[in-house]
Design a protein around this ligand. Structure first.
Ligand SMILES: [Zn+2]
Ligand SMILES: [Zn+2]
Length: 200
């Protein structure tokens, strides 16, 4: 039912929305109060729509979106049949992100990635398991592969590196002397989708 001057019911607070206050996610058919999307961006159904949209349009690392979903929905670390049954939409989006992450980190996209002194397997496994922090977009950085401008930058200035690979924090059993602290930065081109790495 539609009332004059209203565009629908807000899927966050379930109150009617005056037409001028209503927003959608992309071309989505659900309406929200603009203020509700700002105050409650992690509301159950809104966050599902928002994250699906970010996956669709964005240059954002799917690993970051997976981390975000884990926090919002408290997704168990191990596959949990009860959780999956209770939250089918959450799990379905989460699996989509996992597939997108694998495509995003396709080793072919790392051809000529720069930091060749480190093994690509170790770089990829670090990037799969940790959202590299400080995701920023730059419209001016130029891609070495296609020479066009515009890249997303992921960086963590303090990553621990040992013969076993990269990690964010040391465990109790780790011997500090086995590790070197590196500045881990990766750039993804918006156009050709290739990665460049700077690890030093
Ligand atoms: Zn609302
Ligand atoms: Zn490029």
């Amino acid at each position: 039912m539609k009332m004059n001057g209203y565009c629908g019911i807000c899927s966050i607070c379930f109150e009617p929305i005056k037409t001028e206050d209503g927003v959608t996610v992309g071309e989505g058919d659900k309406f929200y109060h603009k203020r509700c999307t700002e105050n409650k961006p992690n509301s159950y159904y809104y966050a599902l729509e928002r994250i699906a949209y970010e996956l669709k349009i964005n240059k954002k690392n799917p690993t970051e979106l997976m981390d975000e979903m884990e926090l919002i929905y408290k997704i168990p670390a191990l596959n949990d049949i009860d959780f999956n049954e209770e939250h089918p939409k959450v799990i379905s989006l989460y699996r989509k992100l996992a597939n997108a992450r694998d495509a995003y980190l396709d080793p072919k996209l790392f051809d000529g990635h720069n930091a060749n002194e480190y093994s690509l397997d170790q770089i990829l496994s670090y990037m799969k398991n940790h959202a590299v922090s400080n995701h920023t977009d730059s419209t001016t950085i130029e891609c070495d592969a296609c020479n066009r401008q515009g890249m997303s930058v992921y960086r963590n200035e303090e990553v621990f590196f040992s013969v076993d690979g990269f990690k964010d924090t040391l465990d109790e059993s780790d011997n500090e002397e086995d590790f070197e602290i590196v500045d881990f930065a990766v750039y993804k081109c918006w156009h050709c989708l290739k990665w460049c790495t700077y690890i030093e």
